[in-house]
Ligand binder design. Sequence first.
Ligand code: PLP
Length: 383
Amino acid sequence: MKRISYSRQSIDESDVQAVAETLKCDLLTQGSQITTFEEALKRYLNVDDVVVVSSGTAALHLSYLALNLRGTTVFTSPVTFAATANMLHSVGANVRFVDVDPKTGLMDVNNLEQVLKETAGDKSISKRAIVPVSLQGIPVNLPAIDNLAQYYGVSVVEDAAHSLGGEYVHDQQVYKSASCSHSDLAVLSFHPLKSICCAEGGAIATRDPDLAHTVRLLRNHGLMRQENSYLRTQKLWGYNYRMTDLQAALGVSQLKRLPFFLSKRKAIANRYYECFQGEPYCHFLTPTPKVLGSAYHLFVVHFESKEMRDAAYIFLQSHGIETHVHYVPLYKMELYKQWLGEFSLPGAEKYYQGCLSIPIYPDLSEEDQDYVLEILAKFCNQL
Ligand SMILES: Cc1ncc(COP(=O)(O)O)c(C=O)c1O
């Protein structure tokens, strides 16, 4: 039987060569590949500074530490990977989940405005911040969030783990997700299933030199080297969140291939969109509305009900096709219930009930795309 995963990395000979060459270098960590990768990301994103780290989770952790979010009330989305909010727990922030648009899973800006207004006069809240997630590869509405953030004087961290390569238009100008054009910091992940792969890896982008300086220090134990001396100063309580040069070399090579990856993902998404307009799919599943600037990290279809989605998951699995649910809202997790109490949000519930991520990745062959469509059609025909 065929086996198709919902996502996977694309590694070619140029990637292998890049890593192999780096293995022969003197420095396997803290070497020149780190700077090369950071410079390449800076150019790609058109942002002032980028700090690469060991994972997207480490990037979130350091961003939250740099903004000093301990005791801060942070508005984020419950429809995200656990790391977005886990790291808020780690730094001692207070999480307030904001509802999402049931069609896209992206933070609902009206709901955000409402909670910002409600909490504005609350004397028990000293500081607030916003962590929106550019889910599926679709840049969240950053200009609108930035407007609110400026008005209420709060910081914004874009979780752009899904959206490297994603773009949005504001005032007739095109901006890249993670460019920090409308946020203080942005976080990227280079996990194998993301836009580009470093095996593990992440990055923090910013236009603020003080924040960049702080995350650089925190990445390397918080220790500052004194020039021409063996002495170091313990400036902050930091970590070893360094990326290795092998990962950075892979990142440099993969970033060169990003336009190709994006075009392949877009072509697959367009093919799916076209097919889903026709029988037998159209009565049973609705794809996420088409967004031109999406990086198509995921391709999500929505079924009418949880029962139907769960049945589709099993049916596809029994035919060798892996799918996934991105995501069960975090407030449904036991530990989150213990932390934040029990509640649910209507948009997040609606999104979660029917969503299913079907295979999309650059090396997914036309034959395999056809197989996914054929099995999905078979499932819909039997409903
Ligand atoms: C939205 C989101 N944020 C953060 C992360 C964490 O990234 P990493 O796996 O590189 O630690 C992920 C990883 O899947 C993610 O999907």
